[in-house]
Write a protein that binds this ligand. Sequence first.
Ligand code: FE
Length: 202
Amino acid sequence: MPHDNHDHDNHLDPMEARTRALETILTRKGLVDPAAIDAIIETYAEKVGPRNGAQVVARAWDDPAFAVWLASDATAAIASMGFTGRQGEHMKAVFNSDTVHNMVVCTLCSCYPWPVLGLPPVWYKSPAYRSRAVIEPRAVLAEFGVTLPASTCIRVWDSTAELRYLVIPQRPAHSDGLDRAALAGLVTRDSMIGTGLPLVLA
Ligand code: FE
């Protein structure tokens, strides 16, 4: 979270307020360096972000052998592209198809595959998403603007500290001639959580 939001402290939820207070105390005592914290956050928000996951998806679309590897051992396949680190030690890739749409939640807290998606969006951590994704996934998807045929089965995966999920959306139609970088450009963060779909080609 950028530190330029400090004027808005009154709008923090209780957990954010406690986190902010803790950071303030640790900083005043000289135990942490705010610049170091910002650097870590920037790394996960900007560098180790969803563009990594997009490269994994684009390669899976473009390279059938890689897709097979990704399906059987996502941790190793993703690590082979250099995307490793905390919260990504145990990965599972779940593939959307014409009949199955996958969606990821962490009902307990906010487990999320950092090396491929960066830091989780605020809504992912919200109690409403965490409960409703399981109870009424189709309604949640509709609120994200995703309406699937009634015949599509929605499979919801509950992340844990032991296992994190990456949704591999279906390759968009009419994307045959695109190279891998262009394919990656179609892959949105939400499409890899399952609350969105890849961008549609004009
Ligand atoms: Fe969690």
